[in-house]
Design a binder for this molecule. Structure first.
Ligand SMILES: [Zn+2]
Length: 356
């Protein structure tokens, strides 16, 4: 359970006598307390009063806490809209909900509220970043932007605590971009290790950082490949080779945790090493690849996969982007994961007052 702190409206006016213009302290009461209509689930009116500075003669309004300058809605109502959207309603859906109760909030207002909250959550997140990430997970996803061709985002996650570190705009196919982000972010959080899937783009990007490949990805792709080759050999009547590939599959499952390439697999590597053509050549390729990547597979201690990163991309971004036609701007798309992470709380608490 996460405990949420939500904005409330104070019930008494605190006289603010400091002039917002010249900062001198002796502001004078300029009007009686007045009542003004406000949209909120609990109250219908709020009090306010005008003040005037005796020096520069400007006037200003003192409002109740929980009612922001010039707004027709309380921060509490704004918070309700933001939360409904984050729970999965569309801007239009939130508007419909609020209208149902006679509360204010048009679709475009909700959109602006979300943009503002997103930026606040992002700023808070970046302020609170700490060094000392042991394993830095990175993975990419496609980003749908309304009216634009597909683009990509990279997510950086602290595998140790399963929390978002950064979401940045970059294509997983652009090795220069990926390299720049990986290098910068790894240095910023002092990462000891980089966890990625098998894409070769991360091989170049991780220079100077120990890189481990996600065990789940690695095992799945190697086993699938061994199985495919076993089938192809069998189709050609090469039953001995087919058996060998099935044995390889079994060995991978059994021996992945060994830091050195196991002797049994090494023997298979040698058996195919001079094969360059046909299915034999493919088996050679697979075995070479297994030998080359063996030292880099994630083995723990701790989670040896990059599943945490994938799950986080799903929770903080993909679920949302799948239910809409795409974010309208990069600013909004890139802020969304931070707000989503913020709503997941820190030590069981999420203070929504700081992002409204
Ligand atoms: Zn003044």
């Amino acid at each position: 359970m996460i405990h949420y702190h939500v904005p409330s409206v104070s019930n008494s006016l605190k006289l603010e006598r400091t002039c917002p213009h010249c900062s001198r302290p002796n502001g004078r009461i300029h009007s009686a307390i007045t009542q003004r209509h406000i949209s909120d689930p609990k109250i219908e009116t709020v009090t306010q009063r005008r003040m005037m500075c005796p020096f520069c003669k400007i006037t200003w309004t003192v409002r109740l806490q929980g009612v922001s300058d010039g707004r027709q809605r309380t921060d509490r109502l704004i918070c309700i809209g933001v939360v409904l959207y984050m729970l999965g309603l569309s801007y239009r859906g939130v508007e419909q909900f609020l209208t149902m109760f006679g509360w204010q909030g048009s679709k475009s207002t909700i959109e602006r509220d979300l943009a503002r909250s997103g930026q606040k959550a992002k700023a808070l997140h970046i302020q609170s970043l700490r060094m000392g990430v042991k394993v830095l997970g990175v993975d990419g996803t496609g980003a749908r932007m309304a009216g634009q061709s597909r683009a990509g985002m990279l997510f950086f996650v602290d595998i140790g605590n399963g929390k978002l570190l950064f979401a940045v705009r970059a294509n997983e196919t652009d090795s220069r971009q990926v390299r720049r982000h990986v290098q910068e972010i790894a240095a910023m959080v002092g990462a000891e290790q980089l966890r990625t899937d098998e894409l070769s783009v991360y091989e170049g990007a991780s220079e100077g950082i120990e890189r481990t490949i996600c065990l789940a990805h690695w095992l799945k792709s190697k086993c699938r490949r061994s199985w495919e080759l076993a089938r192809q050999f069998a189709a050609e009547g090469l039953l001995y080779e087919s058996q060998t590939m099935l044995e390889l599959k079994r060995l991978l499952h059994e021996k992945w945790s060994s830091p050195q390439l196991p002797e049994e697999i090494e023997r298979l590597v040698r058996r195919f090493i001079n094969c360059h053509r046909g299915i034999h050549g493919k088996a050679n390729q697979l075995l070479q690849h297994i030998e080359r990547t063996w030292p880099y597979i994630g083995r723990g201690p701790g989670d040896p996969t990059n599943n945490v990163t994938e799950r986080l991309i799903g929770l903080t971004y993909k679920i949302r982007s799948k239910t809409m036609r795409g974010f309208k701007s990069w600013d909004k798309a890139l802020a969304h994961p931070y707000l989503s992470q913020y709503l997941r709380g820190e030590n069981g608490v999420s203070d929504l007052r700081r992002v409204i």
